[in-house]
Design a protein around this ligand. Structure first.
Ligand code: GAR
Length: 200
């Protein structure tokens, strides 16, 4: 069974969706570690409740990204992690971690990338008055929400759409899409092991 680490910075509703599908047997993986950069994040409570070890850090306690990612790497190795799942982790992944996990880091983003990358994709979509936004799952590279796209799903904005309603619609979609895409990726050994597969 593949050992995965989930990286989160906030509430962790996507993390919870993954915990639930692992527990129900719909996702053939073990969540071996939560990595969290916000000591107050609710994701940490979710890990505790599910008895998943967590590594929580504060970036400003380290001299640089290289230093805290070195420690993340040690934690990943200690827990035998093979695949990294970003779920609302609001930091760029540095070169060392990228090199060690080449083609084995995925991210979920609440827009149809390349539209509305970065923070507050939901707010950006509302401000742009678009009719459609959605969800993107992609491999991670050094850029912000820029890696090769695996899948996208559209979500329609209603006339009366609010931030809350759009956020809810998108997250409902995320909670279904992430488990199914991960099941596909993790059960295709070549995708996990062969980094060339990500550009095909
Ligand atoms: C999710 O909607 C995810 O797509 C987004 O953060 C939210 C985290 O929610 N990620 C990004 O914006 C990445 N650029 P959660 O903590 O409830 O899973």
């Amino acid at each position: 069974m593949r050992k995965i680490a989930v990286f989160a910075s906030g509430s962790g509703s996507n993390f919870q969706a993954l915990i639930d599908v692992v527990q129900s047997g719909q996702l053939d993986a073990e969540i071996s570690l939560l990595v969290c950069d916000q000591p107050g994040a609710y994701a940490i409570e979710r890990a505790r409740a599910a008895k998943i070890p967590s590594f929580v850090f504060t970036a400003k306690d380290y001299p640089s990204k290289e230093h805290y990612e070195e420690e993340i790497l040690t934690q990943l190795q200690t827990h035998g992690v093979e695949f990294i799942v970003l779920a609302g982790y609001m930091r760029l992944i540095g070169s060392k971690l990228l090199a060690e996990f080449k083609g084995r880091i995925v991210n979920i983003h609440p827009s149809l990338l390349p539209a509305f990358p970065g923070k507050d994709a939901v707010g950006q979509a509302l401000a742009a008055k678009v009719k459609w936004s959605g969800v993107t799952i992609h491999f991670v590279d050094e850029g912000m929400d820029t890696g090769p796209i695996i899948i996208q799903e559209r979500v329609r904005l209603d006339e009366s759409e609010t931030r809350e309603s759009l956020q809810q619609k998108i997250q409902q979609r995320e909670h279904k899409l992430y488990p199914s895409v991960l099941q596909m990726l993790l059960t295709q050994g070549d995708v996990v092991n062969d980094t060339k597969a990500r550009t095909h």
